[in-house]
Ligand binder design. Structure first.
Ligand code: ZN
Length: 135
């Protein structure tokens, strides 16, 4: 791990929340991206080395829709940047931690990602995040 890559926040509406976070952060979002495999739309703000990722569900079975139904809008996950994501996954599994993804998958903003199971990390949903290899 070498930095907090981004903080994910679950919102009901990107459109409504964009204005709020523009006001708070004093900067405009730089990217809107749909992640169809997760049924979410994302909106990114850059804040120094870290980003804020707003997440909106695009369907009722989206993990974000389920999260908001259970807990309401709010902090959803913390993403840590790692250089070698597969190595980190193996290291954590060897130490007995549960992963949601054993193999990294495509995430938003040109990243490959893997989520840890929140039961393994004090209820915090941790995302490992690395740059997508250039081919
Ligand atoms: Zn994320």
């Amino acid at each position: 791990m070498n930095k907090v890559e981004h903080i994910g926040i679950a919102v009901k509406s990107l459109k409504d929340s964009e204005i709020i976070f523009q006001d708070i952060l004093g900067t405009e979002s730089y990217k809107m991206e749909s992640v169809t495999s997760e049924n979410v739309n994302t909106l990114f703000f850059q804040l120094g080395e870290t980003k804020i990722e707003l997440l909106e569900a695009t369907s009722e079975d989206s993990p974000i829709a389920k999260f908001i139904e259970k807990k309401g809008e709010g902090l959803h996950h913390i993403a840590f940047h790692v250089d070698d994501i597969q190595e980190k996954i193996e290291e954590l599994k060897e130490k007995g931690y549960r992963m949601i993804h054993d193999v990294p998958k495509a995430g938003a903003d040109d990243k490959i990602i893997a989520f840890m199971h929140p039961k393994s990390s004090n209820g915090v949903l941790v995302e490992l995040c690395a740059d997508k290899p250039k081919d």
